[in-house]
Design a protein around this ligand. Structure first.
Ligand code: NDP
Length: 295
């Protein structure tokens, strides 16, 4: 099976490159073009690439992910997060490919107090969330076999993320001001990649693959289990890094820590549907494993 993986230099994409290799052994060929050959802002180039390579599966881990900058660059964010997935879906329809795409907890408005289910009403509060929602809608409209995997609070040991920022700050400052009124589920990028590969392995192993996509495809929430506040997430990182004696977290309110883009107050996702297929780890266990593995 030939897989086209977009965004292999990102947090999730880099892990996917490893996880997807395990699918079907040598029978799996992964093509992972960088943005020089597969630039999401260049629809004609993306179309050509898909048409020429004819993958059986497109996995899109590329996106415009700078939540604050998306406020001032919303046209570019829309191009990458909505127009490009639309092009991928259209081309997938032409060649009979399936599409796996990643979306976000930020499609919700954050006013809930119970974990969001897939069918709950959306209402993004920032430009990033609006562009990601438009991407979801374009894929659904194409009517192709697809998985839209909504995740949240993704971290890992590469790229820009909360874990790496906190580690850096804890090594350089005594007090870290972190918001304690935003709640979500920290999710290791490796968890996302491994669970995605597990789902695809199930699709591959199914007696009727097309039927599998019909039954299990669509929208799926994919995060670790449990939830926490930003401040407690930071405390746990500092503890696991053995820096508790040096650095302390000072909890602050979102109101006293303004950012360019508004964040939803509560963006915990209900993973019940996912758990019917594979079991995510608890967020704090995954965090411990991630930090142990990177020393
Ligand atoms: P990263 O920001 O780590 O990586 C983004 C990837 O997209 C990189 O490979 C980057 O390539 C690529 N990319 C950006 N612009 C272009 C372009 N114009 N053409 C081609 N490739 C481009 O993303 P994550 O791994 O964190 O996110 C993966 C998915 O998960 C995304 O869909 C994101 O929206 C979603 N998500 C992420 C969350 C998070 O907390 N990070 C939370 C919820 C959902 P390059 O290296 O060249 O820049």
């Amino acid at each position: 099976m030939r897989i086209l993986l977009a965004g292999a230099t990102g947090q999730v994409g880099h892990e996917l490159l490893r996880s997807l290799q395990k699918l079907g052994g040598t029978a799996t060929e992964i093509i992972a073009p960088g943005r020089d050959r597969f630039d999401l802002s260049d629809p004609a180039q993306c179309r050509r690439f898909i048409h020429n390579t004819k993958p059986a599966l497109i996995v899109n881990a590329a996106a415009y992910t700078d939540v604050d900058r998306a406020e001032s660059e919303s046209a570019m964010a829309m191009r990458l997060n909505a127009d490009a997935p639309a092009v991928m879906a259209e081309e997938a329809a032409r060649i009979g490919a399936a599409l796996v795409h990643f979306s976000t907890d930020y499609v919700f408005d954050g006013k809930a107090s119970l974990p969001y289910r897939e069918q709950d009403p959306v209402g993004p509060v920032n430009a990033y969330g609006r562009t990601k929602l438009a991407g979801e809608q374009a894929i659904v409209a194409a009517g192709i076999p697809h998985l839209i995997l909504r995740t949240g609070w993704v971290y890992g040991m590469r790229g820009r993320n909360f874990l790496r920022s906190i580690l850096h700050l804890a090594r350089t400052q005594d007090t870290l001001r972190v918001v304690d009124d935003q709640f979500g589920t920290p999710t290791w990028c490796r968890t996302v990649a491994d669970m995605t590969a597990q789902l695809l392995a199930m699709a591959q192993a199914a007696p009727n693959t097309a039927q599998w996509w019909k039954e299990h495809g669509g929208l799926l929430h994919m995060t670790a289990i449990g939830s926490t506040s930003r401040a407690d997430f930071a405390r746990r990182i500092i503890e696991l890094a053995g820096l508790s004696a040096k650095a302390k977290v000072e909890p602050v309110s979102t109101a006293s820590y303004p950012t360019v883009a508004t964040r939803p107050r509560y963006s915990v996702l209900d993973t019940g549907k996912l758990q019917g297929l594979c079991m995510p780890p608890r967020w704090d266990e995954a965090l411990q494993r991630c930090m142990q593995q990177s020393g």
